[in-house]
Design a binder for this molecule. Structure first.
Ligand code: IVH
Length: 676
């Protein structure tokens, strides 16, 4: 390449790398696979080496990706957080060892091989054993303070377990990854698909998008997990090797890597990498590679680091598991809320140990963007190890009879013309009486997460609807024994059991009934919040926007503007109000737990929460207020006793000041709580 060409290519690559780094690190919405990003970065780095006259000090190749966002306080790491150099071949992997042998002037080197967790990097600080801060990697020097959000992670202890042989240092930064389990990832995506929202491609993006939410309550709803594996700043020093440190981390009660290998020399280390590749699918987190690190901290110090990554560690990235197969058909699934989801029916193919026959195509836009056609050969990949996704079409194998896919304009179940709601990518069947929607709606209502009626699976629901006995939710309560008995032989016992289960469901908790109604965007957690706030089904049906949003802030923390709109919109529909009325008439008596206060310290006092508290979630604070006999309210008025304000407090704080309401911080709140 001549210099002029190189200059142009470098400029071009810089722009691309910057664009994709922004999408990956800040927006958690990458457009290209990690591997393609690494390739671009590597090409840029190679060209910069070859043509040093065009190298730039602040090139993306010399710094770590920046994840900082508006709205968070930045915090400076005591010790910088670096990135890792990546390799994709055994040869490059062994070259890493050779460089160290040369630099350290010794042949014998011990390594630790660990899984490379595909989450997002975090640094957690413990001072005298107490969790004081959690910060994202940011630009390596300083990151976003996500303490409040990280504290919602159940597996992250707020205090280290100190032992005689495992004392805790005065201050330590422990590095790790925040991630989502497969199960939680699928649950959230399913909820999003039902709500007509775009789904996340892999758990990493979802975890990253979640931890960077400003509303801690929203974060608490998605069960994030954490795994810790690295040491940052530490005073006084407590370990002299990685293997020693990992053992300490475990003894302190912190979640750490499920398995690691200690290896004498690079041959053993390479074996560890191979073993890891075989077992990594059984781990709770997605792994995209192996990290090999010098075990001895003394040798690490001697090896040092570049501006971006340590010389003492290397990441070996595993081949993503992909396979080529044919799309035999594209079918359309109609969900409970009418959302049409296209599904590729594949020629069965083996991928990561399981046979894959179907892959979601998400929505019409996705099919058009990738120009996916029936009869095409496509590359399928288990995105984040989990859901098979169609990566791309192999157009070389496309035959002339393979025509562009035409997304149906009518619902495949009832023929109604489909619609696209404003701001949604999904297409929906707007027919409330669409036979599939009716069945799915009923199925949802009776499911475990709602009315929990045993013996009413989808097949039974289907039968009841087909017979014409059930149409709306309340019809379940009008089922007749004599009718059920006609369903087949020896159904006496099962009919009686079913009727008993239906009867028992009349006394379910209010949140179950709310969840069962199938209000868009309202999942279990939101249903619980609504139940705790309104404590009465009819009150909820009458609620207006002002009950949810006042001065642009949410009144019920966790219920934002989108949900508020969905709820009020839902109950504006006469048929939904009729459903509620029919349920109550049929004898459904939604139960609300009596509020039990364990003290009367705050009796008669009303608190309003705003902003993010340093050490407790809003949920915790509300629980503390209620346990002390007080009330937590969403809006400030003259009657408010205290406004409990944290970081980034909004208009509620202004209003409190205007009205002369006492404003307290968390420390003051805790003092009041303990006061004699
Ligand atoms: S050690 C000085 N160990 O991979 C950097 N990193 O691509 C030391 N990662 O920023 C990092 N699993 O967020 C290390 N077992 C592991 C890891 C790991 C995942 C992440 C980490 C790092 C990124 C670099």
């Amino acid at each position: 390449m001549i210099p002029a060409e190189a200059k142009k290519r470098i400029a071009d690559l810089r722009q691309q790398v910057a664009h994709h780094a922004e999408l990956y690190y800040r927006q958690a919405k990458p457009e290209i696979p990690d591997r393609d990003y690494d390739k671009l970065e590597r090409e840029l780095s190679d060209l910069e080496k070859q043509f040093p006259q065009f190298a730039q000090k602040d090139s993306q190749t010399a710094k770590v990706g920046d994840d900082r966002l508006e709205g968070f306080t930045t915090y400076r790491h005591r010790q910088a957080m670096q990135s890792l150099d990546n390799t994709y071949s055994e040869e490059e992997y062994r070259a890493f060892h050779q460089r160290l042998v040369k630099q350290l002037e010794r042949e014998a080197l011990s390594y630790v091989v660990e899984p490379k967790i595909d989450g997002l990097a975090v640094s957690v600080t413990y001072e005298k054993g107490k969790l004081t801060r959690a910060v994202t990697r940011g630009n390596g020097e300083e990151g976003d303070d996500i303490t409040a959000n990280a504290k919602t992670i159940h597996s992250l202890p707020h205090e280290l377990k100190a032992g005689k042989k495992t004392p805790v240092p005065d201050i330590i930064e422990i590095r790790g990854e925040i991630y989502l389990t497969t199960e939680e990832f699928q649950r959230i995506n399913q909820e999003r698909e039902e709500a007509g929202e775009p789904v996340y491609a892999n758990p990493r993006n979802l975890a990253s998008g979640t931890i960077k939410q400003l509303d801690t309550r929203e974060v608490a709803r998605r069960k994030l997990e954490i795994v810790l594996y690295g040491i940052g700043y530490c005073e006084p020093q407590i370990a002299e090797s990685q293997s020693g440190f990992l053992a300490l981390v475990k003894q302190w009660g912190l979640p750490t890597v499920e398995k690691f290998w200690t290896a004498d020399g690079i041959d053993e280390a390479w074996q560890g990498v191979g073993q890891l590749d075989k077992m990594r699918h059984d781990f709770a987190y997605a792994t995209d590679g192996a990290v090999t690190k010098l075990d001895s901290f003394a040798l690490r110090r001697a090896a040092g680091s570049t501006s971006k990554a340590p010389r003492w560690a290397i990441a070996y990235k595993f081949e993503p598991e992909r396979a080529e197969t044919k799309i035999n058909a594209i079918t359309i699934q109609v969900g409970r809320t009418g959302v049409l989801t296209p599904v590729a029916e594949l020629e069965p193919v083996l991928l990561s140990g399981t046979t894959v026959q179907r892959a979601t195509l998400h929505n019409r836009d996705e099919i058009e963007r990738k120009d996916i056609r029936v009869g095409d050969y496509v590359l399928v990949e288990k995105a984040g190890e989990i859901i098979p996704a169609v990566i791309e079409v192999n157009t070389k194998r496309r035959t002339p009879d393979c025509k562009p896919y035409k997304f149906p304009e009518n619902c495949p179940e009832c023929g109604t013309k489909v619609v696209q709601l404003e701001g949604e990518v999904a297409l929906r069947c707007p027919n409330y009486d669409c036979p599939v929607q009716v069945r799915r709606r009923l199925s949802h209502f009776v499911s475990k997460a709602c009315m929990d009626i045993d013996g009413l699976g989808f097949a039974m629901v289907d039968e009841l609807v087909t017979k014409g006995w059930v149409k709306g939710l309340a019809d379940i309560y009008g089922l007749k024994r004599d009718d059920l008995l006609t369903l087949g032989k020896s159904v006496e016992k099962s009919s009686d059991n079913l009727l008993a289960a239906i009867e028992a469901s009349k006394q379910r908790e209010l949140w179950r009934v709310i969840h069962g109604l199938g209000i868009p965007h309202v999942g279990v957690a939101a249903a619980k919040d609504l139940a705790a706030h309104f404590r009465d089904l009819e009150k909820l049906t009458e609620a207006t926007t002002e009950h949810f949003i006042a001065n642009k802030e949410s009144v019920i923390s966790g219920i934002g503007a989108t949900m508020a709109e969905a709820i009020t919109g839902f109950f504006k529909e006469p048929r939904n109000r009729a459903t509620v009325a029919a349920l109550l008439k049929a004898g459904v008596e939604p139960q609300v737990a009596a509020k039990t206060a364990t003290s009367s310290r705050f009796a008669g006092k009303t608190f309003v929460l705003t902003g993010t508290l340093p050490s407790m979630s809003r949920e915790d604070a509300t629980a503390k207020i209620e346990a002390a006999g007080g009330k937590a309210s969403g809006s400030v008025s003259k009657k408010t006793s205290y406004v409990l304000a944290g970081a980034e407090a909004g208009s509620k704080l202004e209003k409190a000041k205007g009205l002369g309401v006492a404003v307290i911080d968390e420390a003051e709140f805790l003092r009041l709580l303990e006061e004699k």
